[in-house]
Design a protein around this ligand. Sequence first.
Ligand code: HEM
Length: 430
Amino acid sequence: MTHKTKGRLPNTGAISGLIEATDFFQNPNFANDRFAKYGDIFETKLIGQRLIFIRGDQAISDLLEQQNAVEGWWPASVRKLLGSRSLANRNGPAHKARRRVVGQLFSGTALKRYSPDIVIMVNELAEKLPLKNDPTPLAISMRRFAFSVIAKTVLGLDNSNCEALFLDFELWTKALFSIPLAIPGTPFAKALSARQRLLERLKTVLAEADGRRGGLDLLADGLDEHGFALTDDDLVEQLLLLLFAGYETTASSLTCLMRALLIEDNIKPWLMEEMEDLSWPPQENISTAYDASCAPRLNALVDEVMRMMPPVGGFFRKTRTNIILSGVEIPKDRVIQVALAASNRHGEGDLDRFRPQRHLDGSLKTKLVPFGGGERVCLGKALAELEIRLMVVGLLKQVRLKLITNQDLSLQLIPSPSPKDGLLLTAERR
Ligand code: HEM
């Protein structure tokens, strides 16, 4: 139910937003500190940009229910690096039409097609990890894996194209949440030139797509909002978005999940009990073999990682009209950030504790939306969940992982949570 009574919108009083921006980038409790002071909705300014932070089930569901009153929004750095054709930067019919086209890459049939390849990648990693003599940062392996799933399995790229794209992508991602000034030598300028190379390469890939690899054939005959075929320039920006949206996030959840298993003593035995009844690789129906009905503990663990360390700490909307969220009136043309990370730990009980069992025993009262919601809900949710489940089962059933002592296991949060030293470990085959 949307709240109808109007209240005043609390404001931090920031004028230029410079001090607020410094705190935003340095203080992991930026939003929480202000929620504690101003309540579940407040407005502030980050380097000239007004921003309204919201948390809590009521405000978030009010926002997601009023889809016509809002539109998508991303910070200027993300907007420029993704490009104006990207569906992430479009609204209304132009957004819907592209979601319909791109969504074909993530249907149940498409996931069935990708699953055997993902199993092969997991097995390759399970063979490779124990061969390393020195400690390996698992975070890098997870980044490469998540990138390969999209680049090779979904888009059908060969090894050399995949490697070249990966290197440019690492440059590109570094500037995503930076100040978007293309002064030569800055991360943003480097990212813009990486973007050009990425687009060129993706165009070649698109021209060479032959239907024998990947899922690009599923995009054939994609139509825009006027019923015309999407141009190649348009399509490659959608592919760039998929590479961006799909790998940092998925790699973060995988790394954070493995970190939790390695540092929380009681969780691994609890999970391994369930694993004993699961076969690897799945004998049939690979894409659904480890879903919540077959592997409830695994899925609860994934949910708990998404709750405590959401890969996307917040998503945005811009208001097209005045709207009321949890009783507070938000004017037209304001940018709202749904503060997922802060929201997920807010409420009664032991919400600051990592406890996957809460997703099975009915004790969690907060509604989680790690993949966003409404008409912009994450397009790759099912693929991300599939990759995570296959990697966790495949790896844990084949190798024993051991943490290296004396490493920084604390998390850097931007762009997505990841252990600062990369989760250094050694592995031996089971
Ligand atoms: C754990 C992994 C992932 C998480 C937590 C995640 C989360 C999100 C979130 C929070 C949004 C914004 C939703 C909103 O504005 O309401 C989003 C959008 C999106 N995601 Fe994901 N995502 C993940 C993986 C993926 C993957 C694997 C892909 C595809 C390869 C993908 C493709 C997209 C796309 C295309 C959008 C834009 C949707 C739109 O604007 O209509 N994501 N994701």
